[in-house]
Design a protein around this ligand. Structure first.
Ligand code: ASP
Length: 574
């Protein structure tokens, strides 16, 4: 069995070794030839001098040829501290070319190629350590998860990929059934109902590293297929699930990055998260919280603010510390354009320097000024950015502005990993698209107060999300196990009985046969890996990813299929 080439070091000097690998780089010094030989573990330097019987073959080698070499490990004249094997090299006496390589579509040592080209030749791009290391990290995370969950008495159980469409909220990928004409399977958006059914089967603790599929518009942190570390437990409270998840994440960080993380994680209610950060997945690595300054303007003459307050709206601000002289009128115009994409009408600003200047300075009388100084802890040269309007718009737009400023001003420490629980989520959210309230999590989430579901705007759920550095890396809930409660929730969601039975009657039935109380959580494996790997491109942590238009540039999926295939599936194209 081959060992890693980079396992050798100066303790092996004098040993004759046989190594396999790829020619990563070749330097011909007009006599002496040096080769960086690459295997999965990294690089080891080969030296071939003109007296070596391998010299003739070495002359023929080009980048990415696959070779087997025999040689003696010797100390290097000039050690390279950047390489694990930097103190040694191999004096080669024999080279066998195992395979040649055609001219490469891009230089693997110089990453200037477009991402599309690299995706087309993904198998070549994966040879680069920058990418390979991320795939290795993901492996360690998965193994760490398995280790921890096995030790904690969980069972790894698979659930089907060809499923029935379940109401998870996103659009399904459908698979036509050849045998059942006109019928379709749906690919699972998550194993949600199956894992609940496993609790009803008495397995008590389940996990799965589960592939999930959602036909959604894609973003930098989203792929059509992704992986969850999916868990479910019987006889548990929120506390139990959260403690277990903290232990799991601590173990994962330790085994994958050698990193110790502090538990328990900070907890914040959903309302607090929206109030202070304008987001249900706040990035708490930097401060710049959102401040409610409505009170300070309650007697204002400024008609815009006056109208907002009388209409039940709010006035909120964020403070850019020491930012006043760094932002010109033009810069602030740009920020205004930015917040307009979040439906803000305007961005008012004040600069503080003992007194106030700026777009609304003339409306800051002494009382309002004192209020601002005190409540915003103002110091000279602070910049105050203000948005007024309805609650949701104000919070969302200032939340987005906060993140933009955090990035623009380089306020976000790169080496920090801030885990955070967001709890007390709303049970329902209003969907403009559907014109009704829908589940904020999913319809199987236990309400906080079973008897208070009619106040849909304020009803809370026993749901929790885990957030890392501004990304939602997972979420879960305590589930409904009482069929009467499930009925009430479905009623609140305006599901007719027939519709509910048609879609997931099997679950509603199962609830009537002694379903245990249960709850769980799923972690997004790719997002977690992406953050731990220090990239913001989810494709980097997937061996064969898709583009943002959901296609694979290497295999050219999705593709058209033959008329015969369509025929067999009883499908005619429009
Ligand atoms: N199935 C849920 C999801 O994919 C996670 C959970 O509730 O456990 O978001």
């Amino acid at each position: 069995m081959k060992v890693n080439n980079t396992d050798f070091n100066k303790t092996n000097v004098g040993e004759i070794v046989t190594l396999n690998g790829w020619v990563s780089k070749k330097r011909d010094l007009g006599g002496l030839i040096f080769i960086d030989l690459r295997d999965r573990s990294g690089i080891i330097q080969l030296a071939i001098n003109p007296e070596s019987p391998a010299y003739g073959t070495a002359l023929k080698l080009k980048n990415e040829f696959v070779v087997k070499i025999i040689g003696e490990i010797v100390l290097r004249e000039n050690a390279n501290d950047n390489l694990k094997t930097g103190e040694i090299e191999v004096n080669v006496t024999d080279i066998e070319i195992l395979n040649e390589s055609s001219e490469l579509p891009f230089d693997l040592n110089n990453m200037t190629a477009l991402e599309d080209t690299r995706l087309k030749y993904r198998y070549l791009d994966l040879r680069r350590s920058e990418l390979k290391d991320k795939i290795v990290l993901k492996h360690k995370i998965m193994q760490g998860a398995r280790e921890f969950l096995n030790k904690n008495d969980f069972l790894e159980i698979e659930t089907p990929i060809l499923c029935k469409s379940t109401p998870e909220g996103a659009r399904d990928y459908l698979v036509p059934s050849r045998v059942n004409k006109g019928s379709f399977y749906a690919l699972p958006q998550s194993p949600q109902l199956f894992k609940q059914l496993l609790m009803m089967s008495g397995f008590e603790r389940y996990y799965q590293i589960a592939r999930c599929f959602r036909d959604e518009d894609l973003r930098a942190d989203r792929q059509p297929e992704f992986t969850q570390i999916d868990m479910e437990m019987s006889f548990v409270s929120e506390e139990d699930v959260m403690n277990l998840t903290e232990g799991l994440l601590a173990h994962i960080c330790k085994v994958s990055k050698g990193m110790d993380i502090k538990t328990p994680f900070v907890r914040m209610s959903y309302n607090e998260a929206i109030g202070l950060y304008g987001s249900d997945k706040p990035d708490t690595r930097f401060d710049m919280k959102i401040n409610d300054i409505t009170e300070g303007f309650k007697n204002t003459d400024f008609t815009v603010f006056k109208d907002v307050i009388s209409g039940g709206g709010i006035i909120n601000a964020i403070v850019v510390k020491n930012g006043a002289d760094g932002y010109s009128r033009k810069d602030i115009d740009k920020l205004t354009e930015f917040v307009k994409t979040y439906k803000a009408n305007a961005l008012a600003f004040l600069k503080y320097n003992g007194e106030f200047t700026g777009s609304i300075a003339k409306f800051v009388d002494e009382k309002a000024g004192n209020y601002l100084k005190e409540n915003l802890n103002l110091e000279d040269n602070d910049l105050i950015l203000i948005i007024a309007g309805d609650y949701k718009m104000v919070k969302t737009s200032l939340g987005a502005l906060r993140l933009k400023l955090g990035k623009d001003l380089d306020l976000i420490p790169k080496d920090k990993f801030n885990f955070l629980w967001v709890t007390d989520f709303p049970m329902f959210e209003y969907s403009e698209e559907e014109g009704r309230f829908v589940s904020c999590h999913h319809p199987f989430t236990h309400p906080a107060d079973v008897d208070n579901l009619s106040d849909k705007e304020n009803a809370l759920a026993r749901a929790y999300d885990i957030v890392l550095n501004g990304y939602e890396i997972g979420g879960g809930s305590i589930r409904i196990h009482d069929p009467k409660v499930q009925e009430k929730v479905l009623e609140a969601l305006e599901f007719s009985k027939e519709d509910a039975y048609d879609k997931f009657g099997f679950l509603l039935d199962a609830l009537t046969f002694g379903a245990p109380p249960h709850g769980g959580l799923a972690l997004g494996l790719e997002r977690l890996t992406m953050i731990l790997a220090g990239t913001d491109n989810i494709r980097d942590v997937i061996a064969f990813p898709k583009t943002t238009s959901a296609s694979c540039l290497m295999t050219e999926a999705p593709n058209e299929v033959s008329a015969k295939q369509l025929d067999e599936l009883h499908i005619g194209l429009k």
